[in-house]
Design a protein around this ligand. Structure first.
Ligand SMILES: Nc1ncnc2c1ncn2[C@@H]1O[C@H](COP(=O)(O)OP(=O)(O)O)[C@@H](O)[C@H]1O
Ligand SMILES: [Mg+2]
Length: 206
């Protein structure tokens, strides 16, 4: 079984397990569909992928195109672009070293920003991903291995999710609430954390 297939399967499993939780978060500051969107998207991705898929670039591109075409709402195009961009820089690879993983996270973030024009501090998935990327990069610069760097990325992503509770949404549907969005955890930041934790657990052999 291809490693990338196993990793995406684990992401799909965790997203599906958290479908109701993500939807509940989106009920508070959005339109109650984030978990539904993500679970539907990853079910479609798993239908498209084969256990034999091992080319990371090709598999990420296939996953990204499926998310783009199957998921409604803001998150489908955003995650879809993230996977497609990550796929572009991993073409032909069947495994990643920590510096490849840094490039994957960076290109995913660049894709999300190209598409959604958000920056850090707007109460979006980027508030989990950008700090995670910074911690990952710092860790590997200090010689950390893949698992240790992913552990620190997840810790920063979790802090980023907590931080989303304290700020006003200025992008996406939650921005319609203005100050009333304070006190609520961003659904997309939460699904980004779940994704990073699944990647970490894949490397840990879960
Ligand atoms: N411009 C943006 N950039 C990055 N993330 C965004 C942007 N707009 C929305 N999001 C993310 O999308 C999540 C909502 O996804 P979802 O509920 O699936 O889509 P919709 O808001 O269209 O219903 C938000 O919690 C936020 O993290
Ligand atoms: Mg929504």
């Amino acid at each position: 079984m291809g490693g990338v297939y196993k990793c995406i399967s684990l992401i799909a499993e965790r997203i599906t397990e958290n479908k109701d939780f993500l939807t509940e978060l989106d009920r508070e500051i959005g339109d109650s569909d984030h978990g539904i969107n993500m679970a539907r998207g990853f079910a479609a991705v798993m239908e498209k992928l084969s256990p034999e898929d091992s080319d990371i670039g090709a598999t990420l591109k296939k996953a990204g195109m499926t998310l783009l075409s199957k998921v409604g709402g803001a998150s489908g195009p955003l995650y879809g672009t993230a996977y497609m961009e990550a796929g572009k820089i991993t073409a032909g690879k069947t495994e990643l070293n920590p510096s490849d993983m840094k490039a994957v996270i960076e290109s995913a973030i660049a894709g999300i920003q190209k598409r959604g024009k958000a920056v850090k501090g707007e109460k979006t998935m980027l508030d989990a991903l950008i700090p995670a990327c910074e911690s990952f990069s710092e860790s590997i610069a200090h010689g950390a291995d893949m698992i240790a760097a992913l552990e620190s990325a997840c810790e920063s992503a979790r802090e980023g999710v907590e931080y989303t509770k304290t700020i006003i949404a200025t992008k996406g549907r939650a921005s319609y609430l203005g100050e009333r969005s304070i006190g609520h955890q961003d659904p997309g930041a939460t699904s980004a954390l779940i994704t990073l934790e699944a990647i970490r657990d894949y490397y840990k052999g879960a």
